[in-house]
Design a protein around this ligand. Structure first.
Ligand code: NAG
Ligand code: NAG
Ligand code: NAG
Length: 394
């Protein structure tokens, strides 16, 4: 209103005022050109279109409210890591800033969805529906590039065929992913976590523990563990060690409290790839034991985790050197207690929180497609282990 009054007042005069008017006009144009303003215009047009469809289309009617489009997201195949978690089926957008999205795991809805989430590594050879124009395809996976590349070469999977068809990625690699879906993240507690760490240290009689479900893996972790075993006792539970009827693969049950008995836990990853630190680390982080990591690119653990919170294998010349250091740490009870105290001031956000954040991110993007508009030229190229994994000679 003020602006209008000013313009009206100005228009009656001349000279300098006209110049001022031109200037005001120029700034107005600049504002219109910014993407925020454009996004608003897109929203207005969309809601006008929505109202039109509203009246003739009962299905569409139920998916819209207050004249605002509701975006439908379909899991073509939920990633296996989520399938084993009951809460994943009920996760939705209700707690997001942008909550005008809906999600279903009913694959039949894919053909009429605004966005389809695919489990990338198991992409089928044919999706069984015609992709409507404008539909967004998202590559989702939490397996490392080594495994994705290997599966893409197998005849039964179709990722090679669809490699140029994805718009966005949802993975653990923050640098590459459009939507970041990490296994966890370490955070510091707001209040000091007080325990009798000395008592815990005095109780540690067992050396290092490793729990493994897959044996021959790219990282050759068993070879490393065997060498470590020359200087500190390493117990291996699971399919490549002593059989262990606990935590069937992806679940980490209460039986994992066995970690408390050991001085060290070794969440060794199956592949050494950029930012690939998994639930082995994050979902067990709360146990009273020190973590020795073997994952990521060289020295990555030292740079992404808070200082002194994990023991990074890269800091040691050889497994024997690491083993000797661990042995010493275990014997120096006071030192061990101090380290454990430092580590215990941190916790990990769990995968549930990570997934929820990713969903909210997804809905935000659906509401701002003009900003996030893109097609990935070749998913196999950007996810190639050549760029993001250590070559361990397999
Ligand atoms: C902690 O435990 C040690 C060993 O069991 C004991 O000597 C000490 O008194 C305990 N400290 C506290 C504060 O309870
Ligand atoms: C470590 O060595 C002991 C014998 O000293 C052996 O019983 C155990 O199986 C070894 N563990 C690994 C992981 O090689
Ligand atoms: C998604 O990718 C497809 C084809 O690869 C493209 O036609 C479409 O415009 C893209 N959409 C967005 C929102 O980026």
């Amino acid at each position: 209103m003020n602006l209008l009054r000013n313009i009206r007042a100005l228009s009656g005069r001349n000279g300098k005022q006209i110049a001022l008017l031109v200037l005001v006009g120029f700034f107005m144009t600049m504002i219109v050109k910014t993407s925020i303003f454009k996004a608003t215009i897109v929203e207005i047009i969309q809601s006008m279109q929505t109202v039109q469809r509203y009246n003739n289309d009962p299905v569409y009617y139920t998916r819209t409210y207050q004249g605002r489009k509701t975006y439908l997201v379909t899991w073509y195949e939920m990633i296996s890591f989520l399938q084993k978690r009951p809460w994943a089926r009920t996760a939705d957008f209700s707690q997001c800033d942008y909550n005008n999205c809906e999600i279903t795991t009913n694959r039949n809805m894919a053909k009429e969805s605004d966005l389809v989430l695919f489990q990338g590594r198991w992409m089928p050879k044919s999706v069984g529906f015609k992709r409507p124009s404008g539909q967004i395809w998202v590559f989702v996976d939490v397996e490392p590039p080594t495994i994705i590349e290997r599966l893409s070469k197998q005849k039964k999977y179709g990722l090679r065929k669809f490699r140029r068809d994805f718009n966005w990625t949802m993975t653990f690699d923050k640098t590459l992913a459009d939507i970041h879906l990490p296994y966890g993240e370490l955070r510091k507690y707001k209040k000091d976590v007080v325990k009798n760490y000395t008592a815990i240290a005095l109780n540690k009689r067992k050396g290092a523990l490793m729990v493994v479900s897959h044996c021959p893996v790219d990282s050759k972790r068993m070879d490393y563990a065997k060498k470590l075993n020359e200087t500190i006792d390493v117990t291996v539970l699971g399919s490549c060690g002593t059989e262990w009827d606990c935590g069937r693969r992806l679940f980490h049950d209460d039986c994992f409290s066995i970690l408390n008995e050991y001085a060290f836990f070794l969440p060794f990853e199956n592949s050494l790839c950029h930012q690939y630190f998994t639930e082995k680390l994050f979902e067990n982080f709360h146990y009273d034991t020190l973590f020795v990591t073997r994952g990521g690119l060289p020295y990555e653990a030292s740079s992404i985790f808070p200082k002194g919170v994990v023991i990074d294998f890269d800091q040691f010349e050889s497994p024997q050197h690491l083993g000797r250091e661990l042995k010493q740490m275990m014997e120096d009870k006071e030192g061990y207690a101090k380290r454990l105290e430092m580590k215990s001031q941190y916790y990990s956000i769990n995968f549930r929180e990570s997934y929820q954040r990713a969903l909210c991110d997804l809905c935000y993007r659906l509401n701002h497609q003009d900003i996030f508009y893109k097609t990935i030229p070749d998913i196999l190229q950007i996810l190639s282990p050549k760029h993001s994994c250590r070559n361990m000679g397999i």
